[in-house]
Write a protein that binds this ligand. Sequence first.
Ligand code: ADP
Ligand code: MG
Length: 257
Amino acid sequence: MSGGAMTPEVPTPAAGELVVLSGVNKHFGELHVLRDIDLTVGRGEVVVVVGPSGGGKSTLCRAINRLETVDSGEIVIDGRPMPAEGRELAALRADVGMVFQSFNLFAHRTVLQNVTLGQIKVRRKDRRLAEERARELLERVGVASQVDKYPAQLSGGQQQRVAIARALAMDPKVMLFDEPTSALDPEMINEVLEVMRQLARDGMTMVVVTHEMGFARSAANRVVFMADGRIVEETTPDRFFSNPSSDRAKDFLAKIL
Ligand code: ADP
Ligand code: MG
């Protein structure tokens, strides 16, 4: 071949793409919970996923982190397809931080241990360095004074901030939040959202499932509306809240706003 533009054999992923799902399907028995999901999350982008309960939002998050396998399609994190198992999976999974609705801290470990454990076991970090990093992160999420306490001694908001610090300690490339404030008493919701807002401002790539529409409006680059296992609509927060295009989204917004 001579002359003309060079066409690479394997297209290099656009530098901006960090998480790419293509044609992802997932069933639980007869139930088709993820239907032909195509979703791209750019580096530094904050994507907020909203939609009615049972729509597949949690399954989507769990699939990205490979806590669930999928039936078909591909999930690529930073240019690498999710490996099926083994050490490689553990490493790639550590690139994807996850914060759940229920705080999921290790109950019999102190706050400090909760934030150092993964660094030592998965990232093979020296204990002293892991503790240094843990203290720095606990400072950043505002719970530095609680390092020696056990999760049960903390408020829900504090526990969730520790959970965020624990995920960050793995130096993830992307953070997934699955309704991180849904189990919190109202007065604690903001302290968690504020930590998340700061993270977004610092350039973290984030996928956030939430019913906090104020957060979606102010922190999202993009809103993804999911219902019945499909991405029904994907647009800017402005457009989504002022002029959603699908009836499904209009109906959803009418119920929650
Ligand atoms: P959302 O987070 O949007 O509420 P989910 O992803 O949790 O939705 O659930 C999507 C659908 O899949 C629901 O109908 C739910 O009952 C079902 N589901 C979720 N997890 C499982 C599971 N482990 N086994 C069987 N069905 C499940
Ligand atoms: Mg859910």
